[in-house]
Design a protein around this ligand. Structure first.
Ligand SMILES: Cc1cc2nc3c(=O)[nH]c(=O)nc-3n(C[C@H](O)[C@H](O)[C@H](O)COP(=O)(O)O)c2cc1C
Length: 340
């Protein structure tokens, strides 16, 4: 199938969990969703069934991290067996853990190894993409072109470019998403150099106008933190970017039951709360909704019951503030521990 990722939600560790993606998919049928980065090693030697499970009707894009082409290929094989069709290689993350493993953005300095990974994954009948930056520690257009050219020769299906360099030392991963300046023109120039290769732009993009403007220059836009902060924005994407006027399904319909099931399946409450807590962002009751779910002394099901009731009626904040104080008091009197 030709590569098609006009709009995507970026891979984000601890954010694009199985549960968060399930909720996103309820609100957008067409947007491409990515897993968090999963180390290839964990799939090969660990709990592959659990790591590769998904609840969306179709598979998300699986993002893999590794510095070992063989492990990458083995993980790709398991992914294909589990129903995945597209694998994305992480060549953009600069965290200290990734540095010690020699993968993430450090693959940009190992273009032959990155190309070998692409080849081996392609041989497993997968669509293969690479997510990378403009460079490591400096922007060297010749080195960047060479990196991309090597991946193209290996058969890469698309490149996703975070439009800034990464600094390999001295700043945190969070700062590496804000301190190096964005350079969208550098991504446009890559597209001019490789007009036949699908190129997706990423970094600091939010809002319909900005997304539309980028789509004039490249093949797709990937959005990360804007969705993490306020996930409900995706509910306009099908209409705005895919010309599909059908409204998304009622967000709350089935959501409570789904989260209760995931809780019964043993999913930690912290992960479940994180997946749901920002869906009321900017709406009446939104702050209280978040506050209720953050109250880790209260058992998850109790938190969720209150939060869901609030979301369903949403505007009657006073009523729910009082109700919530009662719940907290009861739990404190009972000497409840932490439930995250
Ligand atoms: C909490 C968080 C976790 C992230 N985890 C990953 C990851 O697992 N893999 C990856 O390639 N990028 C990761 N990123 C980077 C994003 O995919 C994206 O490239 C970056 O946030 C820039 O896009 P944005 O400005 O739209 O957020 C992460 C970003 C955030 C905020």
């Amino acid at each position: 199938m030709p590569f098609q990722e006009k709009i995507s939600v970026a891979p984000m560790m601890d954010v694009t969990t199985r549960e968060f993606r399930y909720l996103l998919r309820k609100q957008t049928r067409h947007t491409t969703l990515y897993t968090e980065m999963i180390p290839a090693e964990a799939i090969v030697h660990g709990r592959s069934a659990e790591l590769l499970s998904y609840d969306e009707p179709g598979p998300p894009v699986l993002q893999l991290g590794s510095a070992d082409p063989e492990k990458m290929a083995a993980a790709g094989e398991r992914a294909r067996e589990a129903g995945y069709t597209t694998v994305n290689i992480n060549a953009g993350c600069p965290s200290p853990r990734v540095r010690s493993g020699g993968f993430g953005v450090f693959l940009m300095g190992q273009k032959d190894m990155a190309a070998e990974m692409v080849k081996r994954l392609k041989a497993r009948n997968l669509t293969v993409t690479v997510k990378h930056r403009l460079g490591v520690d400096c922007y060297d257009p010749t080195a960047l072109l060479e990196f991309c050219r090597t991946l193209i020769h290996a058969g890469v299906d698309a490149l996703i470019v975070h439009a800034r360099i990464a600094l390999s030392r001295g700043i945190s991963p969070e700062e590496n998403r804000t301190i190096p300046p964005l350079d969208y023109d550098a991504v446009y120039r890559l597209k001019d150099s490789f007009p036949d290769l699908p190129i997706v732009i990423n970094g600091g993009i939010a809002g319909k106008e900005a997304i539309m403007a980028h789509l004039e220059r490249v093949d797709g836009v990937m959005i990360g933190r804007a969705v993490a902060r306020n996930p409900a924005i995706v509910s306009a994407y099908d209409r705005d970017f895919f010309g599909d006027p059908a409204p998304p399904s009622d967000f709350w319909d089935g959501t409570g039951e789904y989260l209760r099931q995931r809780h019964l399946a043993g999913r930690p409450p912290g992960i479940l709360c994180r997946a749901i807590m920002d869906w009321m962002h900017g709406r009446p009751g939104g702050k209280l909704f978040r506050q209720i779910l953050s109250e880790s002394k209260v058992p998850f099901l109790e938190r969720w019951e209150q939060a869901e009731a609030l979301a369903r009626t949403s505007t009657d904040q006073d009523r729910y503030s009082n109700l919530w104080s009662d719940v907290k008091q009861r739990v404190t009197l009972n000497g409840g521990g932490t439930h995250d």
